[in-house]
Design a protein around this ligand. Sequence first.
Ligand code: ADP
Length: 546
Amino acid sequence: MISTDAALSRPFRLYASESGEPELAHDAPQRTQVLASVPTLARKLTGADYAALTLIGRSGQIEQMFISGMSQAEADKIGDPPVGKGLLGLMIPDGDIILVEDRSRHPKSSGYPDTHPPMKAVLGIAVEDDGRHAANLYLANKPESGPFTEEDSVSVESVARLAATALENARLYEREVRARHIADESRSWLQAVISEARVGILVIDSADGSILLSSPEASRIVGVPLESGMLPDAYQSPIRCFAPTGLEIPYEKLPFSETRSTGKSSGPLEVVCQRPDGGRLPLLISAAPLPAGGTRGGAVIAVLQDVTRLKELDEVKRDFLSMITHDLRSPLATIKGLITELVPSLDGDSELHSDIEAIDEEIDQTIELVSNLLDMSRIEAGAYPLDMEIAHLIDMSGDAIARARRSRVGMDREVKADVPADLPALFADPSQLGRVLDNLLSNALKYSIGPVILHSRIDEGGGGVRTSVIDSGIGIPGEDTELVFDKFFRVTGGPRAGRGAGLGLAICKAIVNAHGGEVGVNSTLGEGSEFWFTMPVYKNTITDQN
Ligand code: ADP
């Protein structure tokens, strides 16, 4: 029954003993103990002289063999691990039971070594596990013992099923252990990432807002020791968050609260965090939902990034830019002043007069360009503080229309206001909102020849007050309406004169957004445009005026 032409280097363990039963260490795994009992049980049920259970590894080689009815010395004599071929190999392709009265007469009988104990009748069955041939159970009789019966094969079948169950359980158990090991490893990696991260990480239970996990950096940033299990009251009340404009942001508006209630990613939001010791820190907060797992509901992961260093760099950049622009603007203003002084001395020289006008216009455009560049860089550096106060659109629009009428493009043009006096007050920076109105009015005048209307009403969509600047000018091609608020974007082609850097509308959008409003445009090419923006009204906007 055993062939010796083996791949000798493979791992192989033989379990046999002087008592004739497989011998195991007392702490052998349960799987090994069950498998070791299989040949003994098969012998007891059939009265066979010998029984062996061989386990076949994934490589197809026999890796373990449990022998019953043979002493350790006899088993050792057989030599190298057997290979399932010849008579044994028959079981491999079809998994059938082999029942042979005299194995030496079987046509496939081959390769029994001389040292093998004499055997005559053989009964064998393949054991399947996980869809593969995983083991063989053999029974053999000495030549003087009789053949095996059909009854014996029925008994052996049930023993083989026991072996199959033991193999399956062991496989499932190993898979579970491996999964647990991977989970433990991932958990410890996650812990390492969280504690080493240069950003604050906070994982919050979606249901009650309690802290599930937090990184040391998160505690450092907020100045409060954050611990697992802390409820929102405990970690929120000592900390306050403010928008860069100075308005306090209620907790429900912070990204992790928003994600908790909407289930969607939120942020990054720039805030200034005021810690219990009174210290203030600029932060970027973003949050994302973590899906519910098998044992718990969903969670929210919040990332807090201390941007103090970036702010300091921005400040250096801002100082540098304002120095440069100041140095550029001052000589331009001087030249403009000198030119204005020259005009009376021209003495009716109309050619010289129009040259001086052209120079004056160029200087105005260059001053506007330099101012826009400076403002844009301030906005991008987040250094565009708003000086908020209770403000009324009727006043701001009146001032803006007066400025537009005095401007070069607005002279002799019809600019009308349609702003009801009883519109609710806004909480806004009037000089910055004035800039928005100036920009929209000057564009409307630049790109049309007809009347321009400034129109304000309560926003039907709930955005507070909606203000539009309407012209019946050249309009904007449909594909460009999405882009006109982008930095440096200019519509090309058509009768578009004048110079600009494509910054005016980007600055308007930044100012309106900083107030909590929205901007947009409705335009038809060749018919005109309506540029609009919304502003939250005073009672909705203010939560804390500091
Ligand atoms: P710029 O400073 O170059 O004018 P803006 O950001 O103010 O930049 O405007 C961007 C582009 O949008 C301009 O190039 C212009 O073609 C187009 N645009 C702005 N306002 C109007 C308008 N009222 N009618 C038609 N086109 C406009």
